[in-house]
Design a protein. Structure first.
Length: 156
């Protein structure tokens, strides 16, 4: 009996990872068009943060490229394709929402301060963190499954 095709080698896997790479490179490409002086502000309680929009775009793009590389290097050891889809959804939605919210091309300085907006922001951060935990779990449990399968095949 032939071994099942790894998700990354399947047509759906290839399209999924190409989409991830396209989004990552698009975000990195957009970062070069953002003025250096463009910033956004976050006001948490009594603390006021001023962050560069360009740096946020760089970080988001590089993070997505890193996710793409992790998936490419560990394509055989993924436990579930559904965990891949869930990870990408929980990663891309918060990133795209945040980048869309702060903009990048307008000259006005957006604020992330109203309590209702902060609650949305906190939920998106929680979803993002959960997505990264899913990636780690998918890789760890996939490696365990792969190791057990290899030991079983060596014993037979």
């Amino acid at each position: 009996m032939a071994a099942p095709l790894p998700f990354a080698a399947s047509a759906a896997g290839k399209k999924t990872f190409k989409m991830l790479l396209i989004v990552a490179l698009s975000i990195l490409g957009l970062s070069f068009f953002i003025p250096r002086a463009a910033v956004f502000d976050i006001n948490l309680a009594d603390t006021y943060y001023v962050l560069s929009k360009r740096t946020l775009y760089y970080a988001a793009g590089l993070f997505l490229v890193l996710c793409y590389l992790v998936y490419q290097l560990n394509s055989r050891s993924l436990l579930s394709k559904w965990l891949v889809f869930l990870h990408l959804f929980l990663t891309l939605v918060p990133i795209i929402y945040l980048l869309g919210r702060i903009g990048g091309f307008n000259s006005e300085s957006p604020f992330i301060t109203p309590p209702a907006e902060m609650k949305i922001f906190e939920k998106l951060i929680a979803a993002f963190v959960l997505g990264q935990l899913l990636l780690i779990g998918n890789l760890i449990f996939g490696l365990i499954k792969l190791t057990k399968a290899q030991k079983h095949s060596e014993a037979v």
